[in-house]
Write a protein that binds this ligand. Structure first.
Ligand SMILES: [Zn+2]
Length: 441
C-alpha cells in the first residue's frame, strides 16, 4: 500500500458541519485513519494544508454524462430532427460521457447518481472506471427513460433510423418505449439486465416540457409495475415529475427519487418525509429557464412559477427533513459539462434561495452519500470511512463561489486514498476538448 498521508493544518468540514481549523487527517490503506488535532505521526507523509479546507467529495445526484449542449435548437426539426442528441453515434456519446466524468472528478465530484443515459453508457463507464481506464467518480448507473409510445420523448423520433427492437420494445437513443404493464415490466428488466441500478421514468411533463394537467406519461398501472419490478430486482426508481398530484402518486407507489418537482407543495413534502423519498430540486436549470429572480415573474409562465414555488418549498422541505441532494441537467445549454459547473447549482441554493452554505454542502456530501447507499462507508470525514475527499484552498462555507473554479482552488481530489486530481495530483490533469467544455459564466 501507499505510505500513509497526514494532512495537517486543515480547516475541516466533515460533511455534517464546519469544525474549525487546526485539524490533522490521517489517511492509510485507502481510509481515513484519524481525525483530530494531534501532530502528524512520524510514519506518515505530512502535507501541510496551510489552513485550506478539507471536506468530503461531493455528489451530483442527477446526471447525463453524454448530454452535449442540448436545448431548443436540437428539439424537433433542428439539426435534422435530433431531439436530445442522445441518438448520435454511440462511440461519440461514450467519449462525451467519459470526458464529463473526468471533468466532474476534477471539479471535486466523487459520487454521481445518473438521471438516465443512452446505450447503457452509465454501466459501461462504471466498468471502464473500475478497470482503471480512467479515473472517475463512483457512478450509480441509470436506465434509459422508460416511456410510452407517443410520450413527449417520442415526438422527435418520427425520422429515427436507428431503432432497436427487443421483445417488442422499441429503443431509440436515451429512450425505451413500452406500453402496458407486461411490456413495461419487460423494459424495466431489460434495463436492469443491462446494468441499470436506477430506472428513470417521466410521469409528467414540466421542467422544460409543457406541463399539461391532463397529460400522463404512464398509467397508474404502468407506474406501479415499474416500481414493483425494479424493487423486485434491487433497483430504484426515479421520476421526472412536476405536478403536485403526480408527485404524491409517485411517492405513494414507492418511487425512490423525485426529480425537479416544479409544483411541490406541503403535502408532497410530508409524503416524502414519511416515505424517505429523496428530492433533487435541480434549480440551476430552473433558474436558467425562468426569470431567475430578476425582475417580475411572467403570469402563466410555468418555469417562473416553478422558481417562485421553489423559493418557498425548498426551505420547508429542508426544515421537514427531506433528503435533498444537488444534481441537475448538466449538459443543457448554458450549463454544459465544464470544470466547476456543478457548484453553480450549489450557488443557486445559497445565493438565490438563501439556504446556508453549510447546509447546502451537507446536501452535497452527507445526503449525497445516503443517496448512493454508501453513507455507512463514505460521505463524512470520520475515522474508518473511505478516503474520498477534497481539499479546497480557502473556505467554501464563507466563499462558496471558489467551488466553481476548481482549476484555481481545488488542491486535492482523493479517491480511495489516492490523489487523482488537483494541484497535488500524482498524475497530470487531463486536457479536455474545448468544444465539449463550455466556459461557466
Ligand atoms: Zn435529467
Amino acid at each position: 500500500m501507499a505510505e500513509p498521508i497526514a494532512f495537517t493544518n486543515a480547516q475541516l468540514f466533515d460533511g455534517e458541519a464546519a469544525r474549525g481549523a487546526g485539524y490533522t487527517i490521517l489517511i492509510a490503506d485507502g481510509r481515513i485513519a484519524g481525525v483530530g488535532r494531534d501532530p502528524a505521526p512520524s510514519h506518515a507523509r505530512a502535507v501541510d494544508l496551510g489552513g485550506a479546507t478539507l471536506m468530503p467529495g461531493m455528489t451530483v445526484g442527477h446526471w447525463h454524462g453524454e448530454f452535449l449542449d442540448i436545448g431548443p435548437p436540437r428539439f424537433g426539426a433542428g439539426r435534422g430532427g435530433i431531439f436530445l442528441g442522445t441518438e448520435e453515434p454511440p462511440a461519440l456519446l461514450a467519449l462525451a460521457a467519459a470526458t464529463s466524468l473526468q471533468i466532474a472528478l476534477r471539479s471535486g465530484i466523487t459520487r454521481i447518481v445518473s438521471g438516465s443515459c443512452s446505450n447503457d453508457l452509465d454501466w459501461q463507464m462504471k466498468v471502464a472506471i473500475e478497470r482503471g481506464m480512467f479515473d472517475g467518480p463512483m457512478l450509480v448507473p441509470c436506465s434509459r427513460h422508460v416511456v410510452t409510445t407517443g410520450d413527449y420523448e417520442d415526438r422527435g423520433h418520427w425520422w429515427a433510423n436507428d431503432v432497436q427492437m427487443m421483445g417488442g420494445v422499441r429503443r431509440i437513443g436515451g429512450n425505451v418505449f413500452a406500453d402496458g404493464p407486461e411490456q413495461i415490466a419487460k423494459a424495466v428488466r431489460q434495463e436492469i439486465l443491462r446494468g441499470a441500478e436506477v430506472i428513470k421514468i417521466l410521469p409528467t411533463g414540466g421542467h422544460g416540457f409543457d406541463l399539461l394537467p391532463t397529460y400522463r406519461g404512464l398509467s397508474h398501472a404502468e407506474l406501479e409495475v415499474v416500481v414493483r419490478t425494479a424493487h423486485e430486482r434491487g433497483a430504484r426508481v426515479r421520476a421526472h415529475t412536476n405536478s403536485s398530484a403526480s408527485i404524491r402518486e409517485c411517492i405513494a407507489v414507492g418511487v425512490d427519487i423525485i426529480d425537479h418537482a416544479d409544483e411541490i407543495d406541503e403535502d408532497c413534502i410530508a409524503a416524502m418525509v414519511q416515505a424517505g423519498t429523496t428530492w433533487i430540486p435541480s434549480l440551476l436549470f430552473t433558474k436558467l429557464a425562468s426569470y431567475g429572480g430578476a425582475g417580475e415573474a411572467r403570469a402563466g409562465h410555468q418555469m417562473d412559477a416553478a422558481w417562485d414555488n421553489a423559493r418557498i418549498m425548498l426551505h420547508k422541505a429542508d426544515a421537514a427533513g427531506v433528503n435533498i441532494v444537488p444534481g441537475d441537467d448538466f449538459g443543457a445549454q448554458g450549463m454544459g459539462h465544464a470544470p466547476g459547473v456543478y457548484a453553480r447549482e450549489l450557488l443557486v441554493y445559497i445565493e438565490d434561495m438563501g439556504i446556508s452554505a453549510e447546509r447546502v454542502l451537507r446536501w452535497a456530501t452527507r445526503n449525497g452519500a445516503r443517496l448512493t447507499r454508501t453513507a455507512a462507508t463514505e460521505g463524512l470525514i470520520l475515522e474508518g470511512m473511505e478516503a474520498n475527499l477534497i481539499v479546497v484552498d480557502g473556505d467554501p462555507i464563507a466563499t462558496p463561489g471558489i467551488l466553481t473554479e476548481p482549476d484555481r482552488h481545488l488542491r486535492v481530489v482523493m479517491l480511495g486514498g489516492r490523489i487523482v486530481s488537483g494541484g497535488l495530483s500524482e498524475r497530470p490533469t487531463p486536457q479536455f476538448a474545448p468544444n465539449i467544455s463550455q466556459a461557466a459564466e
